[in-house]
Write a protein that binds this ligand. Structure first.
Ligand SMILES: *Cc1c(COP(=O)(O)O)cnc(C)c1O
Length: 412
């Protein structure tokens, strides 16, 4: 079992006893173990970066810093978060589609190692900023591959999207480099697939992307030093024990790595942090309306937007609690389908849709597993201005400084 799933005793030891439970709980030891397992599977020619948009908490970045090659960021704010959490020594690479001159200035100011360029206009803009400061910027060209791309199911590329330079325009982009003496193009970036559950299909995609990168470089006599194959290693929310087969991907990569070939980079977010956290929330009311059963949580999609954003069934556990402090009888649902919603005044605030429960009562906890990636970080925290969840990081001793910063948090 890879998923962190704390017991009732652990949850009750950690959360504030004074109000209904609403918390993200992270296990940093589990994150450390999982990250080492992923990174150590890869051949030495491969660098594994962490894409911080999945979860940019400082304690997550600090935990990963000694394990990963560096951090992939997509904004100046993310550059600052890395620098503040792990200092000036961390390697940073930057991507993202809608760059401005300010972004390229920040790349220079914060010593970002390399920036991924997504259009011909942005090549000119990066050159102008670098020339004005008389520095050289290392870049990769992000290619939006001409489809069909083998192994690419949910894609950012291989189909019309706002990302990257169309493969049909890549010759023009490389010709533009002649007019950009302050840019050093070291290769290509091909983040194309999101949440790929099939490691064999992902390996097919990676090998094809490497072939195309090699072909384009050869056509232009470009010294191909780096091919970044993006992120997209999947997390199976429907089968939490089935881990993406990264060993298989690594084996396929080993079969094509040449000693004098380019360095290969990955920049994964989801697979790195999904498993290490839960979002746990207390049922604060139950009701039946128009024949359908509902349970309402202290929290909702403003804390944990992933299930509604992806419209998927998110894995969860019910953590039953016997404590009942009130004089009136405790209400609940038994042996029926219940829709679990949050506290927002919108019918869209649904976390679980008509899910069968043997029992779910006011005061029980619903614990969403695999909540570490794209959970808190993609949610609209201040819509309706409800109190934020507690954000708790185990092991507790290491995390104490952080805990004390959480507003209203009592002593543990
Ligand atoms: C989001 C993103 C990633 C990380 O993707 P995961 O699916 O979380 O691994 C990597 N690179 C780019 C360019 C991205 O936009």
């Amino acid at each position: 079992m890879n998923a962190f799933a704390p017991s009732l005793e652990t949850i009750e030891r950690l959360v504030s006893p004074e109000r209904p439970v609403s918390a993200f709980v992270h296990d940093l030891d589990e994150l450390d173990r999982h990250a080492r397992q992923l990174v150590s599977a890869l051949p030495p020619e491969v660098d594994f970066f962490y894409a911080i948009k999945a979860n940019n908490d400082a304690l997550i970045l600090k935990t990963l810093a000694p394990i990963v090659a560096g951090f992939e960021v997509a904004s100046v704010g993310e550059i600052r978060k890395v620098r503040e959490a792990v200092g000036s020594g961390a390697r940073i690479i930057m991507g993202g589609p809608a760059r401005t001159a300010t972004d390229f200035e920040a790349v220079i100011d914060h010593a970002v190692e390399r920036v991924h360029i997504e259009s011909i206009h942005l090549l000119h803009l990066a050159e102008a900023v670098a020339a004005a400061q008389n520095v050289t910027l290392s870049i990769l060209l992000r290619i939006n591959l001409t489809g069909p791309v083998p192994g690419a199911t949910i894609t950012m590329g291989g189909k019309p999207t706002q990302f990257g330079i169309d493969e049909g325009e890549i010759d023009e982009a490389i010709s533009t480099l002649v007019a950009c003496p302050h840019l050093r193009c070291e290769g290509f970036h091909l983040h194309t697939v999101s949440n790929n559950l099939d490691a064999t299909a992902h390996a097919d995609f990676c090998l094809e992307a490497l072939r195309r990168a090699r072909r384009i470089a050869d056509r232009h006599g470009l010294d191909l030093r780096i091919v970044n194959l993006g992120g997209g290693w999947g997390v199976d929310y429907a089968d939490i024990d089935r881990l993406f087969d990264f060993e298989r991907l690594a084996t396929r990569l080993r079969s094509v790595i040449e000693p004098d070939g380019p360095r290969i980079q990955f920049e994964c977010g989801r697979i790195m942090v999904a498993y290490c956290a839960v979002y746990v929330s207390e049922v604060v009311d139950v009701k039946t309306n128009h024949g359908e059963a509902f349970a309402l949580l202290r929290g909702g999609s403003h804390h944990f937007r992933l299930p509604s954003a992806w419209r998927h069934r998110h894995p969860f556990r019910v953590v039953e609690r016997e404590k009942w402090p009130w004089k009136w009888p405790r209400r609940g649902h038994a042996n029926r389908c219940v829709t679990v919603t949050g506290e927002l005044c919108t019918p869209k605030d649904v976390l679980l849709c008509a899910e069968p429960f043997s029992r779910l009562r006011i005061g029980d906890l619903v614990c969403f597993l695999l909540a570490g990636a794209y959970g808190w970080d993609i949610s609209h925290h201040d819509f309706l201005s409800n109190a934020h969840p507690e954000r708790i990081f185990l092991p507790i001793r290491q995390a104490q400084g952080h805990l004390s910063k959480v507003e209203g948090k009592g002593e543990i």
